[in-house]
Design a protein. Structure first.
Length: 402
């Protein structure tokens, strides 16, 4: 007899289809363990694939700065080779290079290639298999979640492409959130985060990766899909929602513990959009995130990211130069005034804070690189085409010349 947990796991693990292999999607599924890796396959990005197809680097070009999302996507054994191939390619093009939100485990390899690493903040990482609401440290989250439930909040979960009616609900919540947050002319950011108008496209991309034909694995390899959680009031009106994008990778649970500071921590999900209407019941966000963690725990997920907080430095590592650089790249996004609030909210869930870096091949062009990151993050909708026109070439797959 199939147990309830086995039913949940079966629902969370996508059946493997007969679809042909695509090297960039295959690499993503096998090694896309950075929480930003999934965004790398967005159509606005360029995709550098090594000739032997052992590594992938997803990047965007702005004013001769190749801004990479996270780190190269490849096996640990191929990492140095893939990184050097991409650096050689950029040098041939006379481009500056910036790895955005690079993981701490790769900093030594970058510096060995005469690159410069600047800490830009810390990412909140949680481990679903050890997550619990018990204990005094989780009292705030526990009380907030129960209050939302007492107020009649109901949660609805969707895997893959959300139904049309659900998308309409998300649009209503998002419009109210954006207007309340920054005024009637508010715009969504992008590049390292999703946008509401990209949810369907992102879900379809995740489904395509999940349905890649793969060799038999025992136990079966988990391939997460995009997950959306919607909270409705007692009156049945949507008041908040969250979306989670896939984190891929096949690392075993033994390597995924709160003491592990590696980004290659196995498969799971990364929190992306998190929005609510101004008059949403108190505790609705805490309830959504708690139930999401419990759902992912039942699925067998190993890691969940709550995202980066700029200038977060619980390990007290940042230098004055790094703080100035991060401020330059984030002030224009109005992130600094919300940084402390964002950190305190995530800290309530007792995450493991892991350092993330901006890695560059030059210090002389740091202002230009910071501006390139700012411009990528601060576009909305079709505006990216206008932003890059004249400074970028047609996007697509690039193979390293041998």
């Amino acid at each position: 007899m199939i147990t309830e947990q086995e039913k949940i796991v079966d629902h969370c693990l996508t059946e493997q289809g007969a679809q042909a292999w695509h090297p960039e999607e295959e690499l993503m599924r096998d090694y896309g363990s950075n929480s930003l890796a999934f965004f790398g396959l967005a159509p606005e990005n360029r995709h550098f694939l090594t000739p032997d197809e052992v590594g992938l680097v997803n990047y965007r070009l702005v004013s001769n700065v190749a801004v990479v999302l996270g780190d190269p996507v490849c096996s640990p054994e191929a990492y140095e080779q893939v990184t050097q191939s991409f650096l050689d390619f950029c040098a041939h093009q006379k481009w500056h290079v910036a790895f955005y939100q690079a993981a701490s485990e790769h900093v030594a390899a970058y510096r060995a290639r005469n690159l410069h690493a600047f800490k830009m903040g810390e990412e909140a990482i949680l481990y679903p298999q050890t997550f619990t609401l018990r204990g005094s440290a989780m009292a705030n989250v526990r009380i907030s979640s129960r209050r939302a439930e007492r107020d009649g909040v109901t949660l609805h979960w969707y895997q893959g492409v959300p139904p049309r009616e659900v998308m309409r609900q998300l649009e209503q919540v998002s419009s109210a959130w954006l207007e309340h947050k920054t005024g009637s002319h508010a715009a969504e950011t992008g590049f390292s985060t999703g946008r509401l108008d990209e949810v369907i496209e992102s879900a379809e991309r995740a489904d395509a990766i999940a349905h890649l034909s793969v060799p038999f694995h025992n136990p079966p390899r988990a391939v997460p899909r995009l997950v959306t959680g919607v909270a409705t009031t007692s009156a049945g009106t949507a008041c908040a929602f969250v979306t989670f994008t896939p984190i891929y990778g096949g690392v075993t649970p033994e390597t995924t513990t709160p003491g592990n500071q590696s980004s290659g921590q196995g498969w799971g999900w990364s929190l992306d959009l998190m929005r609510r209407v101004p008059d949403a019941p108190p505790g609705v966000m805490e309830l959504l995130l708690v139930r999401a963690l419990e759902r992912f725990q039942s699925c067998g997920a190993l890691v969940v990211s709550f995202g980066l907080v700029a200038l977060a430095d619980t390990s007290q590592e940042m230098t004055p130069v790094e703080r100035k650089l991060v401020s330059l790249a984030t002030d224009g996004l109005h992130l600094m005034e919300h940084r402390e609030t964002l950190f305190n909210f995530k800290q309530k869930f007792q995450p493991s804070w892991q350092s993330r870096y901006l890695v560059t091949n030059t210090t002389l062009a740091l202002p230009k690189i910071a501006l390139a990151v700012l411009r990528l993050r601060n576009y909305s909708g079709g505006g990216v085409a206008r932003l890059l026109r004249g400074s970028d070439k047609p996007r697509g797959m690039t193979r390293c010349a041998t």
